[in-house]
Design a protein. Structure first.
Length: 340
């Protein structure tokens, strides 16, 4: 065999192997999607219908129930969260909305890599702008006025419990469409001193009502901090340690957050921090919560927990914000709650 034919044979063999691999990946993904789209006995009733962000007294969320509406944005009446759900055509990995502005983070599988993007939505769920994401969707928030939108993605690693992970948090001004690709460009004041480090990560932005103040998690040197930031000054200041995924209450006085229990463990418990006194109150939920909680009102927070017996599934639970009571199931097979 001549050298030319030998090289040609190697090339043809490589092409066939790659084609077979691509076909196998596609078929595997299709099989998983088909299984996820088959409803099971006992699954909640989900019907197609009109969903807008102008609807009052409804709770929007990402539907996790098996069937054709899996990952679709859906809603239920706030007074009957366990009732039948109405699903839109929009599918999201993460979602949030406020004041008629929504953000939908999508992750679309591909043959060789997945495509991640953020959709800025108007009140009719129409896409206003699309932004490519640098990694896997993790967190999303909208300011109370709807002016600012924030999202966090994993650039490497798949969870906050990974040994090595990196995040990128972006903030969008929906009035000017100015995008801050990374909050890491903001100046940092840690314990009263300017701080610079190469290992800085931010995640879990939550906005105050003044369209300037925000709170987030800062991670550096194996420690996490709650920071209060200013969008206009492009700066953050640390407040307390061991605070992750903060969520500001509607009245702006408290922060719900997950607190790591014991150093170097992958267990988090839900707490509420009083911003005036920095006093922490443990909530009645004693299971490990790896989520950014959402305030349903000034008295109640909601969060996602893995569904028993369903790989990759989650349910929404709620608990009183004052540390009393007991957790209760809010919506089965759901995530990313957003009160409308």
């Amino acid at each position: 065999m001549t050298p030319f034919r030998r090289r040609l044979l190697v090339l043809v063999t490589a092409v066939l192997l790659l084609a077979g691999l691509g076909t196998g990946v596609v078929l595997h993904a299709a099989d998983r999607a088909d299984r996820a789209n088959r409803s099971q006995p006992g699954d909640p009733a989900v019907d197609s219908g009109q969903l807008t962000l102008r609807q009052k007294h409804r709770l929007a969320f990402v539907n996790a129930a098996a069937g054709p509406h899996r990952t679709a944005l859906a809603s239920v009446p706030s007074t009957d969260p366990g009732g039948g759900r109405t699903a839109s055509d929009l599918k999201c990995a993460r979602f949030y909305a406020a004041a008629g502005t929504g953000v939908c983070l999508q992750s679309v599988p591909g043959v060789l890599r997945q495509s991640n993007r953020a959709l800025l939505l108007d009140s009719d769920l129409r896409t206003v702008r699309t932004f490519p994401l640098a990694g896997t969707p993790s967190r999303a928030r909208v300011s109370p006025s709807g002016r600012f939108v924030a999202w966090t993605v994993f650039v490497s690693g798949e969870s906050y419990s990974s040994a090595f992970f990196s995040t990128r948090t972006s903030v969008l001004d929906t009035r000017t469409m100015r995008l801050t690709p990374s909050v890491e460009t903001f100046s940092i004041n840690l314990a009263g001193e300017p701080y610079h480090a190469s290992d800085v990560n931010f995640w879990g932005v939550t906005f105050a009502a003044d369209d300037d103040t925000f709170y987030a998690t800062l991670n550096t040197a194996d420690r996490t901090y709650l920071v209060r930031g200013s969008l206009s000054r492009r700066s953050v200041t640390t407040l307390v340690q061991n605070v992750e995924c903060p969520s500001l209450s509607p009245d702006g006085t408290r922060i719900a957050f997950k607190k790591r229990i014991l150093s170097r463990t992958d267990l988090w418990h839900e707490y509420v921090l009083d911003l005036s006194t920095l006093r922490e109150t443990p909530l009645a939920e004693r299971r490990s919560v790896d989520d950014q909680a959402t305030w349903l009102d000034n008295r109640t927070v909601a969060y996602a927990l893995p569904t028993n017996g369903k790989v990759g599934g989650s349910d929404l639970w709620s608990v009183p914000a004052d540390g009393t009571g007991t957790p209760r199931l809010l919506i089965a097979d759901a995530s990313s709650p957003a009160p409308l």
